[in-house]
Design a protein around this ligand. Structure first.
Ligand code: AMP
Length: 111
């Protein structure tokens, strides 16, 4: 069974795509928790950060650079959060590695 993110990457489901490269795609979160809430998603299906291999670790560098670029584009470069949830207990609902880029309002504390 494919995840919604695989379907978005394959253009079988709609999404507001804000960035795309060979390895990553970034979309607007459908249920934003802040004025800016983007998801940076690996195109390769990796269930979570916990399954990332050493050979795939370059993806983390790309995620960081894309986050930086999108933060600039969306006017939140001075205050944002970049996070990934691992496991349902942490709030992961889609088993396909993705990073939340959240900003546009004060972000205090954890969560
Ligand atoms: P997580 O809970 O960390 O797995 O994050 C999954 C995120 O995907 C949630 O913030 C959802 O709001 C978001 N989401 C689910 N379906 C879609 C969709 N079709 N388009 C955009 N974002 C989605």
């Amino acid at each position: 069974m494919t995840t919604i993110f695989e379907q978005i990457i394959a253009r079988k489901k709609p999404a507001e795509i804000v960035y795309e490269s060979d390895h990553l795609i970034a979309i607007k979160d459908i249920h934003p928790v802040a004025p800016v809430h983007l998801l940076i998603i690996t195109k390769k299906v990796i269930p979570s950060l916990q399954q990332l291999t050493e050979a795939e670790s370059f993806l983390l560098g790309e995620v960081g650079l894309v986050a930086r670029q999108l933060a600039e584009e969306f006017g939140i470069s001075d205050c944002y959060r970049l996070l990934t949830n691992v496991g349902s207990g942490a709030g992961q609902s889609i088993l396909h590695l993705h990073f939340h880029l959240i900003g546009g309002r004060p972000l205090w504390g954890i969560g």
